[in-house]
Design a protein around this ligand. Structure first.
Ligand code: KG4
Ligand code: ZN
Length: 339
């Protein structure tokens, strides 16, 4: 059978990325231009700066991805592009580039949901993984507990009421002087700290057992730091980081295991930038193995934003017959499962 080649393009936040995948799960190239250094001085992503940088980088990044995969535009079966959710300016750059390339090369276009991309990152290295399974998507913009019923078929059973998990990591990291992006830095310094040193709250959200709330936890950390300052006492950065991280991980594990038990899943995956957190991975692995549940996670490079995951999700949409027209638009608040 003829191989199916998909070019993926991702630009929803601060990574300009392009990748070529063969038959959905074989990565021929995965090029990521990260803008992190540009935004670090501002302590977070500045949308206008991100958009301008995407414009500058998108074509060189696509060219590099094609070159490294040793393919030309005419070899492609489809171009998959993130069209939401995300920052509208950055999204528009990727969508416009994908539409232009599609029009010029007569290659079909497939719009992909960013979270579907994150979930699909699990397929790349776990060749045997197939739906149905449950997936916890934890990134800078999202904290979703999702039932993956089939390829492209999702049911969101829980999500954050306020801050996303990664957002909480970033805000707490800034407060304790670690800088942006906070997740990897908290992950690292936590190894030197005591996770039991400070008891931060594990938020419960009303009657909704699967929803998350992280803003209360973030405030509790800020209050703790303020109290220390007012008393003229210093605080232990590593202890605060480790205790905060433990509180986040406890809630994520608790909700996920609850869902696994209720729905009777035998397979569970994590995805998104926070899924590369070492404490979260270890805790999930342990909790899953205790329950006889198979645990899946992508390598760190496929956890944070990349285009291989978009090409992978695009492959399954393409196989199902999904095609986008040249009227495809960026949808900053696109819901999972909507088109
Ligand atoms: O998936 P991603 O690249 O972008 C979004 O779609 O939002 O996730 C970025 C987020 C940031 O908030 C970053 O701090 C967090 O993922 N992150 C981590 C780790 N690596 C990245 N959080 C905790 N531990 C990590 N090791
Ligand atoms: Zn993402």
């Amino acid at each position: 059978m003829k191989d199916t080649l998909i070019l993926g393009i991702e630009s929803s936040c601060d990574e300009t990325a392009a990748a070529v995948l063969k038959n959905g799960r074989e990565v021929l190239s995965n090029v990521i231009y990260s803008q992190i250094d540009l935004h670090t001085v501002y302590g977070g992503v500045v949308p206008e700066i991100a958009s301008r940088k995407h414009i500058e980088k998108v074509i060189p990044v696509v060219d590099k991805a094609l070159q490294e995969a040793n393919v030309t535009l005419s070899d492609l079966d489809a171009i998959a592009v993130t069209y939401g959710p995300g920052l509208v300016g950055p999204l528009l750059v990727g969508v416009s580039a994908a539409k232009s390339i599609s029009m010029a090369s007569h290659v079909p276009l497939v719009g992909v949901h960013h979270i579907e991309g994150h979930i699909s990152a699990n397929y790349i290295e776990n060749k045997e993984l197939e739906p149905p399974f449950a997936c916890l998507v934890v990134s800078g913009g999202h904290s979703h507990l999702v039932v993956v019923k089939d390829y492209g078929e999702y049911e969101v059973i829980g999500k954050t009421r306020d801050d996303a998990a990664g957002e909480a990591f970033d805000k707490v990291a800034r407060a304790i002087g670690l800088g942006y992006p906070g997740g990897p830095k908290i992950d690292k310094v936590s190894k030197e700290g005591n996770p039991e040193a400070i008891v931060f709250p594990r938020a419960k959200v009303g009657e909704s057992v699967y929803d998350f709330s992280f803003s209360g936890l973030k405030s509790a950390v800020l209050n703790y730091l303020n109290t220390c300052e007012m008393k003229g006492e210093s605080y232990n950065q590593a202890d605060v980081a480790a205790s905060f991280q433990k509180a986040v991980v406890d809630v994520l594990v608790d909700h996920s295991m609850h869902a696994i038990q209720e729905y009777g899943f035998k397979k569970f995956a994590i995805a998104g930038g926070v899924a590369s957190n070492s404490t979260l991975r270890t805790a999930m692995e342990k909790a899953c193995s205790k329950r006889g549940v198979e645990f899946y996670h992508p390598s760190p490079i496929y956890c944070t934003d990349n285009a291989a995951m978009i090409a992978c999700a695009g492959y399954y949409e393409f196989q199902k017959g999904v095609r986008s027209g040249l009227d495809l638009n960026a949808i900053p608040n696109l819901k999972l499962g909507e088109r």
